[in-house]
Design a binder for this molecule. Structure first.
Ligand SMILES: [Mg+2]
Length: 174
């Protein structure tokens, strides 16, 4: 439940093949520290270019934030992106409702976020693939630092799996 399927430094590093080969039509993306730091109220140019690429791939972007309505709305509204605030990740009730509203299901959806215990956990509970990216800017609070420390064992499991995956690939088993 706490192990991402893939890890990348930023959303821009995710190869488009990872979406196309998995038949992804809906991408559920966290806002804070995944797309922009907390203090950015609106999407950056880089965000917009990436959103455009997703559209070209036929992927619908759906923003999912644990932050409040005002924050999510301000980020999403300018360009009319669909969003849901107060998601309460890792809880999945609102998440599932949002998926249903948009005709998405776990097999054609993927989640991207910067936090294991909210973004990754919620996606895995629903049963969809999940990508962890590095947080753009960590809040310097003790609580956040504590969370990052708690994530470490799960990151270690991911890394050993990735090693095995790469080894198998090299040996030509896939
Ligand atoms: Mg976040």
């Amino acid at each position: 439940m706490f192990i991402p399927d893939r890890m990348y430094d930023t959303v821009y590093d995710i190869p488009k093949e990872y979406f196309t080969e998995n038949g992804i039509k809906y991408l559920f993306v966290d806002i804070d520290n995944t797309l922009v730091p907390y203090e950015n109220k609106t999407p950056t140019k880089e965000n917009l270019v990436w959103f455009g690429k997703l559209k070209e791939l036929g992927i619908t972007l759906l923003l999912v934030s644990n932050n409040g309505e005002e924050r999510a709305k301000e980020y999403a509204q300018e360009l009319g992106y669909k969003y849901k605030a107060d998601m309460k990740k890792p809880l999945i009730k609102r998440y599932k409702a949002f998926m249903r509203e948009n005709g998405a299901d776990k097999d054609n959806s993927m989640a991207i976020g910067d936090q294991i215990f909210t973004d990754i956990a919620s996606a895995k509970r629903i049963g969809m693939k999940a990508i962890l990216v590095k947080p753009i800017k960590d809040k310097e609070s003790a609580f956040f630092k504590f969370k990052r420390i708690m994530e470490k064992p799960f990151l270690a499991i991911y890394k050993s799996r990735e090693k095995r995956r790469n080894k198998t690939k090299r040996e030509g088993k896939i």
